[in-house]
Design a protein around this ligand. Structure first.
Ligand code: NAD
Length: 259
């Protein structure tokens, strides 16, 4: 018996075998979930994500192109979900983007307007855009998660506009929880510790952030992908039916200390 037996969901955010979404999918599949996937448009991205999904044991995975900054592509993906599988039990939003030229320490002050709005659009608004399309497919209730980082609350070196976008994402989670709670749809975020992925490497101060966590976090180490994956199972399964509008820290305790 798996914790996710009989549950179907859409996972957005696998780029490769290092992505947080990959580990979330691995934990969900292990617990019996049926997972649908998307990839950034383009043949190369499709090949890379298909390979990652297949390595998870998802043979002939349900995989559709999605640039989440496009309303048309969001509509197309959720229309396809509706016609191919009907109802959904969960969605995973594990995407973020900011122009890496502006993710360097000392540059936040001069962030151009279009860099700021694009980061907030792709990294925060898209959670609401996905939730709005997923909710009508959750007539029996459901659970939605997004992935945040502590830079939403405190200034982290080089995280810059991404920190602003993560604050917006966490607030978006609470307002979605408020709107969708009466429909028995829960929305939560996981605040994951620093983890070496393609997106993370774009942050100027990333190496320094990882070093400080390993040295000072209560558990004296950085988080593993599997730990975020297993926390996602908790939030997406019936183990957490009373939990919504929350940010769950999976960061080896780093956010709980002062020094
Ligand atoms: N790695 C870390 O240290 C860390 C820590 C905390 C939170 N997070 C968050 O975890 C989530 C996943 O990031 P990751 O670290 O696994 O990196 P990743 O690079 O593996 O994943 C980021 C994903 O975002 C997708 N994406 C970017 N723009 C998109 C768009 N317009 N439409 C659709 N998809 C788009 C990419 O295709 C990729 O799959 C992000 O929200 C990130 O901010 C990461």
């Amino acid at each position: 018996m798996g914790l996710m037996d009989g549950k179907k969901g859409l996972i957005v955010g696998i780029a490769n075998e290092r992505s947080y979404a990959y580990f979330i999918a691995e934990s969900l599949l292990r617990e019996g979930a049926q997972c649908l996937f998307t990839h950034l448009p383009g043949e190369k991205m499709e090949r890379r994500v298909r390979k990652a999904c297949e390595s998870l044991g998802a043979e002939d995975p349900w995989l559709r192109p999605l640039d989440a900054s496009s309303d048309e592509q969001l509509d197309a993906v959720f229309d396809a979900v509706k016609s191919d599988v009907g109802e959904l039990d969960f969605i995973v939003h594990s995407i973020a983007f900011a122009d890496k030229d502006w993710l360097k320490e000392g540059l936040f002050l001069s962030t151009p307007r279009e860099v700021f709005t694009q980061a907030c659009d792709i990294s925060a608004y898209t959670f609401a855009a996905m939730a709005d399309r997923a909710a009508p497919l959750m007539s029996e209730g459901g659970s939605m998660i997004a992935i945040s980082y502590y830079g939403a609350e405190k200034a982290a070196p080089g995280y810059n506009v991404m920190g602003v976008a993560k604050s917006a994402l966490e607030s978006t989670t609470r307002y979605l929880a408020s709107d969708l709670g009466p429909k028995n749809i829960r929305c939560n975020a996981i605040s994951g510790g620093p983890f070496r992925t393609m997106s993370a490497m774009a942050v100027g101060g990333f190496g320094q952030i990882m070093d400080v966590v390993a040295e000072r976090a209560p558990m004296r180490r950085n988080v593993e992908g599997r730990e975020v994956g297993d926390a996602a199972v908790f939030l997406l399964s019936d183990l957490s039916t009373g939990v919504t509008g929350q940010v769950l820290y999976v960061d080896c305790g780093f956010s709980s200390i002062v020094m």
